[in-house]
Write a protein that binds this ligand. Structure first.
Ligand code: NDP
Length: 316
């Protein structure tokens, strides 16, 4: 029987190409998406064989929807061998925060809180599977890390002392540090939370469950629709900037293969690791375990983030 992997946000970009790569390697892919028709069209467009995928609805910007997804997945009777938390929104130009049905700021909800809840619930499903090798992978990004060129561009992520979470994260609060709304920073903050979550999962659950928890930065996938909410001129220049100036550019196909490697290849079975690629553009560019940013390796902060996130998503 085929192994099953859930990929969130598989209707475009990195998630779609990861689904394609995993299907090619013999996995059954549950494409967890908010727009079912778009996902179906996308799967057909990139040629994923019909019997290699199932599309299931999830809206990560709604905690009820995440719970509903888990129920639907369980009802399908499938076992679960891997989970890839990939979906994200990036809304650089908005002036006022958007909100989830719970009232939480939407970028942080979609990218972090929704996935945090999903990971916590699906640990049970991963544990139930009798497979020897089970993995949970969360997409990171270079912009989480001010130690790298791509992470130096302001505004920098800063979780502060998680004041915004501690105060309940509802209006008028919109940022995790409780400060003024800044949409680009909200995205970067959420990606720091993704890396902290992966590390906490590792600290709390690797030994007892044997599950491998990892994160990765596949390179700058400048042509995904992630930048669809940016200025048109930015969308045109950004891929060129990444190709010729930073050298960070990678194609969607290559990014998808990298995610598939981290999910399935034996070399990547190292829990707690954050993977990066030396020469990001080269197909055989060597991967290595990269040190994450000072905030993202702050275990005390990770522990507190975990406890506050548990409260916000209703697990504690
Ligand atoms: P895309 O915008 O192409 O894809 C994002 C996916 O997330 C889409 O499938 C989108 O669905 C889905 N999504 C958004 N909101 C929700 C929601 N509320 N519920 C369910 N699904 C949702 O972005 P990328 O492929 O570029 O990004 C994917 C991941 O890779 C992100 O985690 C990002 O941080 C990371 N990453 C990207 C890099 C890049 O250079 N592009 C670099 C490093 C990391 P829909 O199709 O319906 O909009």
């Amino acid at each position: 029987r085929k192994s099953t992997v859930i990929v969130t946000g598989a209707s475009s970009g990195v998630g779609l190409y990861a689904a394609k790569a995993l299907a090619k390697r013999g996995w059954h892919v549950v494409m967890a998406c908010r727009n079912l028709e778009k996902a179906e069209q996308a799967a057909q467009d990139v040629g994923i064989p019909k019997d290699s995928y199932t599309i299931m609805h999830i809206d990560l910007g709604s905690l009820d929807s995440v719970r509903q997804f888990v129920n639907n997945f369980r009802a399908s009777g499938k076992s679960l061998e891997a989970l890839v938390c990939n979906a994200a929104i990036y809304m650089p130009l908005i002036k006022e925060p958007l909100r989830s049905p719970e009232g939480y700021e939407l970028t942080m909800t979609t990218n972090h809180l929704g996935h945090f809840l999903l990971c916590n619930l699906m640990l049970e499903d991963l544990q139930k599977s009798s497979a020897a090798d089970k993995r949970l992978v969360i997409l990171g990004t270079v912009t989480h890390n001010p130690d790298e060129l791509g992470g130096k561009i302001p505004p920098r992520p800063d979780l502060g002392n998680l004041e915004g979470f501690a105060q309940g994260f509802k209006p008028p609060i919109s940022m995790i540090d409780g400060k003024k709304f800044e949409p680009v920073k909200a995205y970067k903050d959420s990606k720091v939370c993704n890396v902290l979550t992966m590390r906490e999962l590792h600290r709390r659950y690797h030994e007892s469950t044997g599950i491998t928890f990892t994160s990765l930065y596949p390179g700058c996938v400048a042509e995904t629709p992630l930048f669809r909410n940016h200025y048109p001129l930015f969308q045109k220049l950004f891929p060129l900037f990444q190709k010729y100036i930073t050298g960070g550019y990678v194609s969607q196909d290559l990014a998808g293969e990298r995610v598939a490697d981290v999910v399935a290849a034996p070399e990547y079975k190292q829990s707690g690791a954050y993977w990066s690629w030396g020469n990001r553009q080269k197909k055989d560019g060597k991967s290595f375990v990269q040190k994450v940013s000072p905030q993202a390796r702050d275990d005390e902060k990770g522990d507190r983030l975990w406890e506050l996130s548990e409260k916000l998503v209703g697990l504690a």
